[in-house]
Design a protein. Structure first.
Length: 227
């Protein structure tokens, strides 16, 4: 988090998987081997992760998706960077930066002043942090892609099985275990407080005070100097 390459990684994620990104265009529109594709750049304090997630269309395999994804990533790494045709990637990255400040529903996700103090050690960094996103260039994005999207990756394949039911149903013993646990837990009895000692002074109404005499102020007449 707050690393030198965070802005480039967020821009790279948009370049790869937005509705106009390379992976979406090739896998979903052109080859039509994927139902959807998404890239998530997740920054943390000690390390970060960049996820490339794709769902194969019926009749296609995860191996096809992996090959196509690697080809497009290599193209980003090796092709000569060209000036962007659209400012969308940088605009989107900047918008996400502002989202973390203003429109995030999760208040803990906003980079408050204490966050800047905790991570970079400079509480006033918020004033210059946005400059990282202004400094992103095609060359810096390509350099970041070469540095992080290499052989050191983890590939996870999730393939649904043919069976739609599990026998025996694992939910049955789980429900029994929850019921047994609920019966074994005894709520502590509420502690009854001793009755408060009665205050004798509160049992007797106070006597009324002396009657207050009401008197209207005396009337006075006056005439203005101008008549």
């Amino acid at each position: 988090m707050f690393s030198a390459n965070e802005a480039e990684l967020e821009t790279l994620a948009h370049i790869l998987a937005s509705s106009s990104g390379r992976l979406y265009r090739v896998l979903v529109r052109e080859k039509q081997i994927a139902q959807d594709v998404n890239v998530v750049q997740d920054s943390e304090e000690l390390a970060g992760r960049l996820y490339i997630i794709a769902t194969a269309r019926p009749g296609h395999t995860t191996a096809e998706l992996e090959t196509a994804i690697i080809d497009e990533v290599r193209a980003v790494q090796n092709e000569r960077p060209a000036p962007p045709k659209s400012p969308a990637p940088k605009v989107t990255s900047r918008r996400k930066w502002f989202d973390r400040w203003s429109r995030s529903a999760d208040l803990t996700a906003r980079p408050t002043g204490s966050t800047y103090t905790t991570f970079p050690g400079k509480s006033g960094l918020s004033r210059s942090d946005f400059q990282r996103y202004l400094n992103v260039t095609p060359e810096s994005v390509q350099r970041t892609a070469r540095q992080y999207l290499g052989a050191g990756r983890v590939v996870l394949e999730v393939v649904p099985g043919k069976a739609t039911k599990i026998t025996p149903d694992p939910r049955v013993p789980a429900e029994r275990a929850r019921e047994a646990l609920a019966k074994s837990i005894r709520e502590p009895s509420a502690r009854v407080s001793p009755p408060a000692a009665e205050d004798q002074a509160r049992q007797t109404l106070p006597k009324p005070g002396p009657a207050v005499r009401f008197a209207l102020p005396s009337l006075r007449r006056a005439e203005l100097s101008n008549g």
